[in-house]
Design a protein around this ligand. Sequence first.
Ligand code: SR1
Ligand code: MG
Length: 410
Amino acid sequence: MFYQITEENAVDYIKKTKVYKEILNSANDLKCEDLALGNINLIFRIYSEADPKNSVILKQALTYARKYPEFKLPQERAYLEADVLKIENEYCPDAAPHLYLYDEEMYINLMEDANDHLIMRDGLMRQIYYPKFPKQMGVFLARTLFYTSIFFLPADVKKDKVVRFTNKPMCKITEDLIFTQPWMDHPDNHWTEPFLDPVAEELQNNAELRRESLKLKEAFMNHTEALIHGDLHTGSIMINPEQIKVIDPEFGFYGPMGFDIGAVIGNLVLSYASQEYHAKEKKVRQEYQQWILDTIKGVWVEFEKEFRKLWKEKRLKGEWESDLYLEDFLKKTMQDSIGFGGCKIVRRLFGLAHVPDMWEIPEDRSRAVCESMAYNAGKQWVLQHETIASIDEAVSLIKDFAIPHPSLQE
Ligand code: SR1
Ligand code: MG
């Protein structure tokens, strides 16, 4: 029978599962901490008081989004998340949490606790360098996307997976919150008033921007290229200098590959702009911002390298025999990534759900400066995505356009 997990009853719940013995070694001093993370689900850490690294994560799906109760959601999303985690682990062992148990009555996933890792967004806000990240993320993206695509799977297998991972309710959130609402006057939108009022006015009345964002919305809704994570922002990445763990694939579905790549690089742009506040010392800031730009390029370069390798070694032979086609596919995926990255930037500044990179800036004017920098750059990514010829060009646009709105320039 279903009941809601709380800090008080979580330990009793765990003790009734196989995870208690198999993973937690039947520890008799278990404690529970409500991590109160994320927008959608309940997330608890259960750990041994004497040995806190002896721990698991309990994630439970309720009938609504934790932070936005007006969003009603099916609890079966927990099952879908379990299935995506298994697939990610199959192709990228250790780059996603190991799943210990899915409880179908309780809509609970018990999984590995990445307790040596930080949420990447928090690391970025503290100017921590992650030199291995471009390779780790590029490989994760290339493998999860290639191995679930038509380039590897027989057509009938892929079509069955499209049906399994339709994920209509979670996709509807993305369609509304990323591709519809931020580009128009909508009651759920909000921004740093009054400083960003002229920017919001421009955003909501720019016909070209609306057109380009709708092209990307159409691609999101129609292009069933691969099983994508669907919400791969820097809050969905746990990281330390040696390893990434990609968490929270409850938005997973068959969509365009560029949506995941764009989520990563778009959120790096948000971090780039927010360093204007978070990195107080000029030299530290400039060096860290340059590292972020190098990382944006690096993620694409490593994705492309791994994808080419998989294409050469693992593609369905006889079905995809054209080097010219591969070049075109990669170019289109890069352009999609830039466009989706731009949409991700804009939605986190003007739509319903914002990001800590910005909301942790306490003073409104300083926050608006950073947000207008991110907007300016993201806007160019959306407007120019179809003509951008290289990742270097995309990075140059960030350098050139991530400047404050004229009304915020001193
Ligand atoms: C109502 S959920 C708001 C957002 O949280 C998740 O992280 C997704 O990005 C979603 O759009
Ligand atoms: Mg999430």
